[in-house]
Ligand binder design. Structure first.
Ligand code: N2P
Length: 374
């Protein structure tokens, strides 16, 4: 099988350049495909080898030994590339790049599915689908993708604070700990618009997804008081804490659990889910409408759901996966960081980031620009 991925056509690139503007006209989805997907592009496909797997995800978000096993069993290659934000992922899709499998968070999955950019997934093609949807009823009909018609959940996580106990001692359990005087100059925030604005919002009792101008002013004022104490914005919280560039950082729960694997002495690290509230999220498997090898993508999803691979992945990536039978694996992994656990009640408490209208999303972009510029 040829690993070739056709490059985007010139026309696709030209059109993608206008994506930001024209995207608004197609239901505010923000995505402008090179051609309008038709029914055939969006119809479910059978799980079967139809080429190599063109894979697009965060770095270190699948155990490398699982890729090896997949390549060996099916005689295909996994051709990997990585993004480091959802905006970065979307930009590549808008530029016409084609992938077989992508991993959007809940609101981005909704945006892509609503915009007609995702192929539907037929769960009867997945031998392990019942282990997900039969046990984790939340995901049988999630708000971001009714009936999970286009997605299979991959992981779940909360956003909290990771820190070095050996450097700054114990914390108070609040987001205010990011302002801790002992940490000044060694504080990182995630390089993520929604997470940073959301962290301000929960402290002020506001909606994590607010696009209201008055709310956003209050949030940027609050974050402005943290700005001089920051060392930077980075979503690599795991390495920043390990190497000591950060003594405290906003962090996704799963990355903090994964860090425990690397730590010589795990007791020097801590993770807390602050009492004012923690944004919750879920990343999922999705197949873009223009995936060159959607059949192989289906096989890959099913392979990832095998119990032995779920275990390997959970232990490597540090994130819980909603697959029946894996609960004990995760509980054992996060014994030192019990606040990493994500329950069905956490999901239902619904501090998910939501898609706003065009004006709200623009207002959030502007607020984020101000926060980053200081
Ligand atoms: C990177 C995983 C990040 C996932 N290690 C957050 N959606």
């Amino acid at each position: 099988m040829s690993p070739e991925v056709p490059p985007p056509t010139r026309r696709a690139l030209l059109r993608a350049g206008a994506g930001g503007l024209l995207g608004a006209a197609v239901g505010g989805c923000g995505f402008m495909p090179a051609k309008t997907p038709d029914d055939k592009d969006l119809a479910p496909v059978r799980a079967r080898v139809d080429g190599d797997l063109v894979y697009f995800n965060w770095a270190d978000y699948v155990d490398p030994s699982v890729f090896k096993g997949f390549e060996k069993e099916y005689g295909v290659k996994v051709i990997q590339s990585n993004f480091d934000s959802m905006e970065g992922m979307a930009a590549k899709l808008n530029a016409g790049n084609r992938y077989d499998i992508i991993f959007p968070s809940a609101k981005w999955a909704q945006r892509l599915a609503r915009g007609g950019r995702l192929r539907r997934i037929d769960p009867t093609q997945l031998t392990h689908a019942e282990d997900v949807f039969g046990t984790y009823s939340y995901f049988a009909d999630p708000w971001y993708d009714p009936g999970s018609a286009h997605t299979v959940p991959f992981t779940a996580y909360k956003t909290g604070i990771g820190w070095r106990r050996d450097r700054i001692g114990e914390l108070s359990g609040s987001w205010k700990d990011l302002w801790n005087d002992r940490a000044a100059g060694k504080v990182f925030l995630l390089d993520d618009r929604d997470e940073v604005l959301g962290m301000g919002a929960v402290q002020l009792g506001l909606d994590v997804s607010t696009g209201d101008a008055g709310d956003l002013d209050r949030i940027t004022d609050l974050l402005g008081t943290l700005r001089p104490r920051l060392r930077g914005f980075s979503s690599d919280s795991y390495n920043n804490l390990l190497n000591g560039n950060a003594v405290i950082t906003q962090a996704w729960s799963g990355d903090m659990a994964a860090m425990l694997n690397q730590a010589e002495d795990p007791s020097v690290f801590g993770f807390q889910a602050p009492k004012e509230g923690t944004p919750i999220n879920s990343d999922c498997y999705a197949i873009p409408w223009n995936a060159p090898h959607p059949g192989t993508a289906m096989l890959f999803i099913d392979y990832m759901l095998r119990p032995e691979n779920v275990k390997k992945n959970i232990e490597y990536i540090g994130y819980p996966m909603p697959v029946a039978g894996s609960e004990k694996v995760y509980a054992a992994l996060v014994e030192p960081f019990p606040e990493c656990l994500v329950t069905e009640a956490d999901l239902k408490a619904d501090l998910f980031f939501r898609n706003g209208g065009r004006a709200a999303e623009d207002a959030r972009d502007t607020a984020w620009t101000h926060v980053k510029a200081g």
